[in-house]
Design a protein around this ligand. Sequence first.
Ligand code: FES
Length: 192
Amino acid sequence: MTESTGTADVDGVAAAESGEGVRRRDFINIAAVGAAGVGGVVTLLPLVSQMAPSKDVLAESSTELDVSAIQPGQAVKAVFRKQPVFVRNLTAKEIEEANAVDVGSLRDPQTLAERTKEGHENWLITMGVCTHLGCVPLGAGEGENKGEFGGYFCPCHGSHYDTAARIRKGPAPLNLQVPEYEFTSDTVVKIG
Ligand code: FES
């Protein structure tokens, strides 16, 4: 037993001094570099995932809505990036009223067509945030005050928006903002 172990040790020393031993050292070096490489990947991954938006943020970066149940004359309040959004199905009369306005006379001149999507002009989608100091205007909820121009009314300081959500009276400087959105089908809107 002792003899055979001694033989093995001698063989090991001999191997270390031979080309085989060099190859083994090379392997150990390569393995060490390889491990450092793997370590690099492992430490990079958390950095990359820290830079990428979290699932919560991704979930809020867009909002999808099925608008099929919203009747003409009705509106709903949705939430997009933690802010209210008004989705309103305009009646033919509201569209007519919006189009009858002399755009040049507006504080923030925009046509209804510029504020809606072609083929979906009845869908008025705006942020529900007053452009004065950020209150949530009334008018999207059932029975709420729509203001003097039939759109939205901000009770904080009395801003009135028309049926294209354009500012018509009061201190707000701009129309209600239209967010980025697209119709992904006839009845589904993706906001953001
Ligand atoms: S915040 Fe709406 S009128 Fe001032």
